[in-house]
Design a protein around this ligand. Structure first.
Ligand code: UGA
Length: 434
């Protein structure tokens, strides 16, 4: 099938390169010349394990190409995926400006096309957006009759850091369709995947995506709250999580307590769903609490450091980990941003390190950074681990302690073995361990 993908962020690039890998003819579209020329030179514009290889493979076998010629390429394909960003505005509401502009572009492109065309929204959008914003906009701009147009919503469930694996091994594929043209096209496109394919309306597909992300975010805030209780009562939350996870109704996934959830999805999606519900006169108490607990977690990390150091002012604190999770250079809504701002505000001399996230983090806070964790921790009074990268899991604790000025080690992600850290002589503290 001939596929066009608008937007070369995580979702667009992974959708494009995995569909090309299935043998489709894919063109990835973006207005940014720089991203497209990187893509066409075989390099992913974002850091994602395995993506460079998949792009190179697609370019080599001519199933994948990038282009800034958007309208012409939409016209020449059978199906267009909208994979543009849906950020939050300052009140937490979803900002649909990129969605509106992509659908207008598609409408203009279709003006001169006579064959059927399917448009699928893959971006995360609040219920009714596909039917009440995207479809009318395309019909208006194209002048098309409704029957020639396929309209659907097909959410993406990939995680950054394991995006290729997730896209190629989905738990389920949600096929939201408004008509038979979209249903038939999506079923054919996803035929090679043998997982459960759930067919539903576009608005149901839209809510499945929000409800899934909000549920997972709520699960994290819930375990963080229980872990905070464990701290008080001298209980190891990891054991509690193990006991909970053995119940198949709960599952052992997403029970890791720590500094809270970050990234480009959970914080934005929980806010957007809560705001959309509120605009429709349904107040979500649970989503509000999910966000509140998530705001508290990084503050607990700072408090742990403060309690051990006495005063923060003038102390050298090494923060290891800036990306919102390992295997990504993405620092959006990273909990490290909150921790580092608070530490700086309290007068600490912060030195940071991250294997991939430093260039992006520099745009958020111009904190001192070092090329290695060893340099960052040299003569530090306290080390705070904020992302569970392997490089930190494998730190040699004895030499770390020798390098440091003090012995305070705060583990925001339960990265290290607590008993080992204690044995070496650290004053080790983590969320969920009394
Ligand atoms: C999330 C969802 O997991 C994907 O299914 C979804 O497709 C994606 O959002 C999206 O909407 O695009 P992602 O944000 O890449 O994926 O990362 P996750 O692995 O879900 O982690 C999110 C945050 O939760 C991270 O900061 C992580 O450290 C935190 N987390 C995760 C915990 O604090 N505890 C856990 O047990 C799991």
């Amino acid at each position: 099938m001939k596929v066009s993908v608008i937007g070369t962020g995580y979702v667009g690039l992974v959708t494009g390169s995995t569909l090309a890998d299935l043998g489709n003819q894919v063109v990835c579209l973006d207005i940014l010349e720089e991203k497209i020329s990187m893509l066409n030179s075989g390099k992913s514009p974002i850091y994602e394990p395995g993506l460079d290889e998949l792009i190179k493979k697609g370019l080599k076998n001519k199933n994948l190409i990038g282009s800034t010629e958007i309208e012409q390429n939409i016209r020449n394909t059978d199906i267009t995926f909208i994979c543009v960003g849906t950020p939050s505005d300052k009140n937490g509401n979803i900002d649909l400006s990129y969605i509106k502009s992509a659908s207008s572009t598609i409408g203009r492109a279709l003006r001169d096309k006579s064959e059927k065309h399917t448009v699928i929204v893959k971006s995360t959008v609040i219920p009714l957006t596909t039917e009440e914003v995207v479809m009318p906009n395309i019909l208006k701009k194209s002048g098309w009759k409704r029957e020639n147009l396929g309209i659907g919503m097909n959410p993406e469930f990939l995680r950054e850091g394991s995006a290729i694996h997730d896209a190629q091994n989905p738990d389920r594929i949600v096929i939201g369709f408004a008509d038979d043209v979209a249903r038939k096209t999506l079923k054919e496109l996803y035929d090679p995947y043998k997982c459960t394919k759930l067919e539903c309306s576009p608005r149901t597909a839209e809510l499945i995506k929000y409800a899934s992300n909000s549920f997972l975010a709520t699960k994290i805030s819930f375990v963080n709250e229980i872990a905070n209780m464990s701290n008080i009562w001298g209980i190891d939350f990891q054991e509690v999580a193990e006991g909970m996870g053995l119940d198949s109704r709960i599952s052992a996934e997403f029970l890791r307590a720590g500094a809270g959830f970050g990234g480009s999805c959970f914080p934005k999606d929980v806010k957007a769903l809560a705001a959309a519900a509120k605009n429709s006169k349904v107040e979500s108490l649970i989503l509000k609490a999910t966000l509140e607990v998530n705001d508290i977690q990084p503050k607990i990390i700072v408090k742990m450091a403060e309690e051990r150091l006495g005063v923060i002012k003038g102390k050298k604190i090494a923060v290891l980990g800036l990306a919102f999770k390992p295997e990504t250079d993405d620092v959006r809504e990273s909990r490290s941003e909150i921790v580092i701002s608070e530490l700086i505000e309290k007068g600490a001399n912060v030195v940071a390190h991250d294997p991939e996230g430093m260039p992006n983090f520099k745009k958020l806070i111009d904190v001192k950074m070092t090329p290695t964790p060893e340099l960052a921790t040299e003569k530090a009074d306290c080390v705070v681990i904020m992302t569970e990268w392997d490089i930190y899991k494998n730190l040699d604790l004895e030499s770390l302690l020798k390098r440091m000025n003090g012995n305070v080690l705060i583990d925001g992600r339960r990265t290290l073995n607590a008993k080992e850290a204690d044995k070496v002589g650290f004053d080790y503290k983590t969320i969920g361990l009394g």
